[in-house]
Design a protein around this ligand. Structure first.
Ligand code: AMP
Ligand code: MG
Length: 416
């Protein structure tokens, strides 16, 4: 059985080799920035002019000629004002200065800004307390970006700073990759859709909801393809429909060895090239990853916590690559200090519902992340996950961990 690291690397390798370039779409940035947030840029964004476009003051004070003020205590005549948006229309001559405000253009003739706090005004004159260094307290035109320079490259995921940059250089609309459509099929005769009446031995279909949320968080467009019964012919028809319409297919349930588990059999009938059908993790062992009719297909175990964990590990990187990202994020782990010892059994890695909190031991130092696991009844127990905010990763090579050790946790997307 392969490790989760090897399985994940396989997904990334296959998707990188086989995923085509997504189609693009153009979205309005000015009208609705939120729709562009998190998308991946399909074009280079270049500066439309120099930034800053003029020598820009970064202080409130006085624009001076540094040569006039090599010594402290110099007295200069105040001849005008430059403020943001309204430049001083003249030249600063010897022994003269101009009042300047943050964001204003530096007047011709001046080459330094003196902070207001370091001056004294005497009628039409300004006295400088200190000597002045040429170039102080302003940013040279073009120092941040030159006209034509690429300021956000194609392939970048757009967060708030990239959107601000696009706005600064005047891109009212942005060309981004289309989000991959990810079909979600839940299998199981016991499943009942949300809103329908549920019988005593029936189970509400929660996986289709968590999967839709996880697809969205990973950058995909969830396509609900409904539930499929535990019956080969209907399941097959449903997978074929999903393959026709979506860029990837994610199934939940029906991948174990039970009498009514048909997913793998049907995938084989459809000619799927299967890369793995078992991973050394708990929960999530019978996870299937294959390639069918030019598209990635995942069969995730149906227990809700198994579905969540295996999605994060194996499906999320595939969606990122299908979204146009050529560098899927590394396994999204961070380190926390273990609150109590751990003793797990078996030959697999464990992902345990857990909670990280930040312990403020010493006020002058950054708070320390401390992780504790939560009591749970196994992979059907959504409640244990709800109480936490992450999964503690216990690797097969070290199933015993001591209190106080630094351990890996996989954060739950959307909780941090
Ligand atoms: P399976 O992987 O089909 O053997 O299902 C394992 C367990 O997960 C069973 O208890 C199922 O009832 C439950 N389960 C399967 N699919 C879903 C689903 N879509 N929503 C909630 N629970 C599910
Ligand atoms: Mg089932």
């Amino acid at each position: 059985m392969i490790s989760f690291e090897t399985a994940r690397a396989k997904v990334i390798e296959i998707l990188t080799a086989r995923a085509g370039t997504p189609e693009t779409e153009t979205l309005d940035l000015g009208g609705k920035p939120s729709q562009v947030l998190g998308r991946i840029l399909a074009e280079d964004i270049a500066a439309d002019r120099n930034y800053p476009p003029f020598n820009r003051s970064i202080r409130d004070g006085f624009a001076v000629r540094a040569a006039d003020a090599a010594e402290p205590g110099v007295r200069l005549r105040l001849i005008g004002e430059s403020r943001a948006g309204v430049a001083f229309n003249g030249t600063v001559g010897p022994a003269e200065c101009v009042r300047i405000l943050t964001g204003a253009p530096l007047p011709r003739g001046s080459n330094a800004v003196v902070m207001q706090e370091h001056t004294r005004t005497e009628g039409d004159f300004v006295v400088l307390e200190n000597a002045v260094r040429p170039g102080q307290h302003y940013v040279l035109a073009g120092a941040e970006a030159r006209v034509g320079e690429v300021v956000v490259p194609r392939g970048t995921r757009l967060s708030y700073a990239e959107l601000a940059m696009a706005a600064e250089v005047g891109h009212a609309s942005l060309r981004v990759w289309r989000r991959p459509a990810v079909a979600i099929i839940s299998t199981g005769d016991e499943l009942v859709a949300l809103g329908e009446e549920v019988g005593p031995f029936q189970i509400r279909n929660s996986n289709c909801i968590s999967l839709a949320a996880q697809v969205t968080l990973a950058g995909g467009e969830p396509v609900a393809s409904g539930k499929a019964p535990d019956e080969a012919a209907q399941l097959r028809a449903q997978i074929e429909r999903a393959l026709d319409s979506a860029d990837a297919v994610v199934l939940s349930g029906g991948v174990s060895v039970g009498k009514y588990d048909f997913v793998e059999q049907v995938l084989h009938e459809l000619g799927t090239e299967v890369f793995f059908d078992a991973v050394a993790i708990r929960p999530g062992k019978p996870t299937v990853f294959g390639w069918c009719r030019g598209k990635p297909v995942f069969g995730l175990p149906g227990n809700p916590v198994s579905t969540m964990v295996t999605f994060e590990l194996f499906v999320a990187p595939a969606i990122e690559i299908l979204s146009g990202s050529r560098q899927p994020r590394p396994v999204p782990f961070f380190r926390a200090r273990l609150a109590h010892p751990i003793d797990e059994r078996g030959i697999v890695a464990h992902f345990l519902p857990a909670r990280v909190s930040w312990l403020d031991e010493k006020p002058e130092e950054p708070a320390v992340p401390v992780v504790e696991t939560l009591l749970w009844e196994g992979s059907g127990d959504i409640g244990a996950v709800v109480q936490g905010n992450c999964f503690l990763v216990v690797r097969e090579s070290r199933l015993h961990l001591e209190a106080g050790e630094w351990v890996d946790v996989m954060p739950r997307r959307g909780k941090f």
